[in-house]
Design a protein around this ligand. Sequence first.
Ligand code: NAD
Length: 367
Amino acid sequence: MSNPSILILPGDGIGPEVMTEVRKVITWFGEARGIQFDVSEDLVGGAAYDKHGVPLADATMAKAQEVDAVLLGAVGGPAYDNLDFSVKPERGLLRLRKEMDLYANLRPAQCFDALADFSSLKRDIVAGLDIMILRELTSGVYFGEPRGIFEEGNERVGINTQRYTESEIERAARSAFELAMRRNKKVCSMEKANVMESGILWREVTTRVGQDYPEVELSHMYADNGAMQLVRAPKQFDVILTDNLFGDILSDCAAMLTGSLGMLPSASLGAPMANGRPKAMYEPVHGSAPDIAGQGKANPIACILSFAMALRYSFDMGDEADRLEGAIEKVLADGARTADLLGEEGVDPISTSEMGDAVVAALQAGL
Ligand code: NAD
């Protein structure tokens, strides 16, 4: 079988800086573990606009459709703020998500023990936390028609439509159950079936899909209660399945349980390709951080953890993903901190590249 293929799109701002550190990790896996990836690299966002006049060239889009996984840094920056909407850096990202039909957005909320004091919640509520939010990404109220601002009598009315087909719910639900099978076999589905018909259908379809996964314990929760439970007792969850709108809010809330933006990875998955692997794009949650770009201050861990998700979800290399996450845990436990993770007295920050080197050293030490 050919090597797994990865298209790296570093993007703008700190994107290329953190991606350089991911490359070190990929090289280590090749040299030390004999796991070779076919890696290619291209432009996205402002960097693509500078070269091609568009935030994602057609040829890059075509490449993204062919590879096993896309790894993206971040896009955007002040130089591009005044561009026409159609060529803004973010449009490149949206085009990738849309044309690859990435309907399942995975956002883990994982609390490394060494960073538990960074959370705004008490240590014992978040220490050891490891939950996954699966947000449906391509439908729901952000896309439903009719939408717009209309005249009605002597005033205007703003309209958005929450709309889900059974098949859209089903494929998201199936992804959640598949995920749960690789984890602790629990899915909690969140909607508002008490006040929304789309919620009633959501509950019906997830229950039906759940029958195909008898080993997985399925529960349902109203999304407002879900928000409360996330800050009250987040460790009760394993996989949370929810729609686009609730997922937008709940995943941000869950993410912040664990501290810094520089630590948060994400994955967006679509339908399986001919080789059985899902269409996939992995990216840190953070943006291009123009305020620290070019200064060697960025924390590369979110991007490295995104690669760990690729190992797990695209390449079925769960053990190697564990190895990488374990190395990061060790580096943090040993006290290595980029500037965004400072808080303790008397700790000097290390640079982006020093953090990448520390992760590679911990991988090597763990062999
Ligand atoms: P941001 O995530 O870039 O930065 C927010 C704050 O967090 C900044 O103070 C930044 O320095 C800090 N930060 C972010 N990532 C960090 C890291 N890895 N290490 C250390 N500190 C980190 O969000 P913003 O400032 O609102 O947006 C900046 C630009 O990024 C804008 O152009 C925005 O449109 C774009 N953006 C892109 C994405 C994406 O590519 N997915 C996401 C969000 C924002």
